[in-house]
Design a protein around this ligand. Structure first.
Ligand code: SF4
Length: 466
């Protein structure tokens, strides 16, 4: 770290007493006998985020180009490819963007490969290996076998993939046929992340998923027969119609199938989404409330712990040797993420970039020979420290004493009012310079992490409006 940066971190600009009164209102937890269910009134965000300085529209492209012509730093590197099409619109989803049409998808993949080729010879991209590639969306498995083939082979040709690169294709089982599976495996894909959400047929189909429980299980067993890639599924807790018994069966079914990994996600009802509207119109019953979701989290955690599954992060669990969860782990650490495709986000060297999610603008920018960037942000100088805090919180144990030494700032002292209060509330405990989460703290980890970010930024930058 440069001296100037260290110096900046070392100087706190806020008035601590004002910050504490703000913390009492926003960051302190309720001290209750049941912190798992009641420590806070809500989850404040889905993922922790670092507040940065938005770039002016006329400087975004120039900064991107400058970075691309610079040799990379030594961070581990990932590449994210966004496929913004889905075959159906799931009721709870906040990521749906475009319906899948073969002609539009053909055009999109042609432009996506063009975007990839533009980056291929840039020193920043070509000079160091990529350790994890992730095709997300939307639904990458909605692409035809032919389009998957074109895209996967272009990625292999134009990116310097590390020998042990983790290569994930995300998707769902609907229309994910044998031909597509083979195309993925032959190209080198070694991890499938598939949305199951719930095995229960009624829960699934009420949420807009097509296949029955039996069909999903049949497809998973079939995928296992290839024995060439980690198979990970997503499960969501708190869905309408999903009782505690159904949730227990969901987690148990994953165990019984002996798959490589599972992600347990809390249902998030996005404002204005189809699920919110359907519940408001009383077309479907409301989802579980926060306290019920907390119970579901605790049940899932207990089942997986008792089965000796490996905790890979707050939401990801693995079993056996195959699941590494490399991409998801790397993106919570100091790292580089190269973004490709309409709606993709990525970061590098202290900057965050977001690619235009509107296809018309996406195509137009590429026709003009430009990276189709819609937004850019400069992270604060201490962003690496915040990423390391996030990484520790994801792993249930944040090495505050070690980070204090590394970054030249006494974090145990800087965070002491929050740490003392959260310890009293039963969310964390301190042990040999580590901040460790209790089971209740795990459920509220996203609040705790975001509040550490906010507190630190407010100490260094001075307070914002709150
Ligand atoms: S959950 Fe997946 S498949 Fe369903 S609408 Fe969202 S992105 Fe598309």
């Amino acid at each position: 770290m440069e001296v100037e940066e260290e110096d900046r971190i070392g100087r706190f600009n806020c008035c601590p007493s004002r910050l504490i009164s703000k913390a009492q209102k926003y960051y302190f937890a309720k001290v209750t006998t049941d912190p798992l269910r009641f420590a806070f009134n809500k989850k404040v965000t889905v993922h922790p985020f670092i507040k940065g300085l938005p770039l002016k529209p006329n400087e975004i492209q120039a900064i991107w180009q400058r970075l691309m012509h610079t040799p990379p730093s030594s961070f581990k590197r990932t590449a994210y490819f966004h496929i913004p099409f889905c075959e159906t619109h799931c009721l709870y989803c906040g990521f749906y963007r475009y319906a899948y049409h073969e002609k539009e998808a053909e055009r999109y993949i042609e432009y996506l490969i063009r975007e990839l080729k533009m980056a291929a010879d840039m020193p920043f991209v070509s000079a160091a290996p990529i350790h994890a590639v992730y095709l997300g969306g939307g639904t990458p498995t909605a692409l035809s076998a032919n389009l998957l083939f074109k895209l996967l082979h272009a990625i292999k040709r134009y990116l310097p993939l590390a020998n042990d690169c983790e290569w994930t294709v995300e998707g769902r089982f609907y229309h994910f046929d044998k031909e597509k599976v083979k195309v993925c495996l032959e190209a080198g894909v070694n991890r499938f992340s598939l949305g199951v959400q719930s095995f229960d047929t009624q829960v699934r189909q009420k949420m807009g998923r097509k296949l029955s429980k039996e069909k999903v299980i049949e497809k998973l067993k079939y995928l296992k027969t290839f024995d060439q890639a980690a198979i990970i599924i997503d499960l969501i807790y708190g869905l309408p119609y999903q009782t505690m018994e159904i949730w227990e069966k969901d987690v148990q079914t994953w165990l019984d199938l002996e798959l490589d990994g599972v992600d347990l996600y809390q249902l998030v009802v996005y404002q204005g989404c189809a699920l919110e509207k359907a519940v408001a119109a009383k077309r479907i019953p409301p989802p579980a409330d926060l306290a019920e979701q907390a119970d579901m989290f605790a049940l899932g955690r207990r089942i997986l712990k008792e089965a000796f599954c490996r905790r890979l992060s707050q939401t990801h669990w693995g079993y056996g040797y195959r699941e590494r969860n490399a991409y998801n782990l790397l993106v919570t650490q100091p790292s580089v993420c190269l973004p490709f495709g309409a709606g993709a986000g990525g970061w590098m060297e202290g900057y965050f970039f977001y690619i235009n999610n509107d296809l018309k603008h996406y195509y137009q920018s590429l026709d003009e020979g430009q990276k189709p960037l819609a937004m850019g942000m400069q992270y604060p100088p201490y962003w690496l420290l915040l990423k390391e805090i996030e990484s520790g919180m994801e792993q249930n144990a944040c090495p505050l004493a070690k980070l204090s030494q590394k970054y030249g700032v006494d974090l145990l002292k800087a965070f002491s009012p929050l740490l003392a209060q959260w310890e009293e509330a039963g969310l964390i405990y301190l042990e040999n310079g580590w901040l460790k989460l209790t089971p209740a703290g795990e459920f509220w980890y996203v609040n705790l992490c975001q509040f550490l970010f906010n507190w630190f930024q407010e100490m260094v930058e001075g307070e914002d409006e709150g």
